[in-house]
Design a protein around this ligand. Structure first.
Ligand SMILES: [Zn+2]
Length: 141
């Protein structure tokens, strides 16, 4: 009887674990807001979009937070403008015999970025061993 009571108490304690707080939540929220603002302004005011994109990147650097590579690649490396195809960026797909790559040209600052198509290349986040623990955060504070 006593051992059964202990077990139930233990499981009750496990359920009442203190909710884990998301590290850098405010910075993530601010980066999210700035990215959305940059996306909105990229069509009408590219300079403003570049300012917001640069600010979002610098907030991530200051708080030592990582941006998803798919999102990070949509911002220009040099000026930070959101690379909107045909509006703020020209995208060319080069296919040669051995070399295939996608070249993204920023129309605002002229920076050229090439993404090579290599079969063996894999992003670290796509590697299953990069995932240590999955933590669910509630949406309410
Ligand atoms: Zn640029």
């Amino acid at each position: 009887m006593a051992s059964a009571d202990k077990e139930t108490k233990k499981s009750a304690n496990d359920n009442k674990k203190a909710p884990q707080l998301c590290v850098g939540r405010e910075s993530y929220e601010r980066m999210n807001f700035l990215y959305q603002a940059a996306a909105l302004m990229s069509e009408t005011h590219p300079q403003l979009s570049a300012t917001y994109g640069r600010l979002a990147k610098s907030i991530g650097k200051k708080a030592v937070l990582r941006m998803e590579p798919a999102i990070k690649r949509t911002l220009c490396v040099r000026c930070g403008v959101l690379l909107n195809p045909a509006i703020t960026a020209d995208i060319h797909d080069y296919r040669h015999k051995k070399l295939c790559y996608v070249q993204v040209n920023c129309k605002l600052c002229g920076y050229q970025k090439r993404f090579y198509n290599n079969k063996n290349h894999q992003l670290w986040l796509e590697n299953p061993s990069s995932l240590v623990e999955r933590i669910e955060f509630s949406s309410n504070k």
